[in-house]
Structure formats: C-alpha cells, structure tokens
Design a protein around this ligand. Structure first.
Ligand code: SF4
Length: 91
C-alpha cells in the first residue's frame, strides 16, 4: 500500500517517503516503456539447503549434492542485474 489508503488520518506509513517515490518512479517508467510484466522485487535463495523439515516440503528428498549447491557471489549479482527490479529502487 503506497498511498496509505485505509489508514487513520495522521497515521504514518511504515514505508519511507523516498522508497515510495522510488517505487512509484520505477512503476511509471516501466508502464511508460510499454512493459506489461516486470519484476517488483527479487527474492534470491543463494543456497538450496534448508535446516527445517516442514510437512509436505519435498526439498528434503533431494540428493545431498543438490542440497549443497550454492550460488557464487558473481552468480547472485548477475541474477540481480538480470532481474532489473533493483534498478529502479536503488537510484
Ligand atoms: S517448506 Fe521446505 S524449504 Fe521451506 S522452510 Fe520448510 S523445509 Fe525448508
């Protein structure tokens, strides 16, 4: 919620104004460029392994060598660049 809709008058939002501005700028730029689909956030899991065992999760069934796979810093940074979501929010 960027506009604070549903809040009481005078109640502040938890999103800082500068971040709201950057998100709005990013959205407007993407819309004006004609893109119908674009990323808002990047959720990156640099490692596949998990130390929990939630019911119904199939992750635990993967072989050890798959679970121990990791993204390198370079791969993670490349994913950030490839995603593009952070572009509009960091400037
Ligand atoms: S759902 Fe699977 S991957 Fe997610 S926390 Fe639970 S065990 Fe880990």
């Amino acid at each position: 919620m960027l506009s604070g809709e549903g809040r009481n008058p005078g109640e502040t939002t938890s999103i800082p104004m500068i971040q709201q501005y950057r998100i709005a700028k990013y959205l407007i730029q993407r819309k004006l460029s004609g893109e119908k689909r674009f990323p808002l956030v990047l959720m990156l899991e640099p490692l596949f392994q998990c130390n929990l065992a939630c019911a119904g999760c199939g992750k635990i069934d993967y072989p050890k060598e798959t679970l121990q796979k990791r993204l390198s810093v370079e791969e993670a940074l490349r994913a950030v660049d490839e995603c593009g979501a952070a572009d509009g929010l960091s400037k």
